[in-house]
Ligand binder design. Sequence first.
Ligand SMILES: [Zn+2]
Length: 171
Amino acid sequence: MDSLPSRFKPAELARSGRHCNISLTVSHFKRFSGLLASEQGQVDAVVRFSMQGSQAMAKGSLSTTVELQCQRCLEPVSTDISAEFAFGFIDDESGADSLSAELDPVLVDENGETGAVEILEDELILQVPARVVHEDEHKCNPAVIEAVTTASTVDTNKHNPFSDLGELLKN
Ligand SMILES: [Zn+2]
């Protein structure tokens, strides 16, 4: 299995039926790593290129272990992310209409090229869980929990601006 170059021509790889692997540190994915607690980790993927009639396509899977922020104690939580994907490579937006439904369209540039980061980044972002907490509450940082709990108690005692609004509306 070859390592997929950072830029490649999917049509060429599909015609020769190439099977490639991708190994990139999380820091290569700017939008994805922006959602994480750190840039630690590596994204590994395998991609098999093939032709479906005259359509260049690629199927594969990716996996990585990244650090997300625990919503309870705000410390990093190690989280496994994996996904399977199937792409159909198109030259222009209208090409998406003729793709079979199981293929996600990937637009190639004017040289017929795309990149490993481009094809994988949206797949990674889709897999980021909306809310992550340490599975075992005892792994949460107790000092932060206490601080967060105290802060929310103070919040509920805060003056509520809408109570004034209520008074105003009565008049
Ligand atoms: Zn936690």
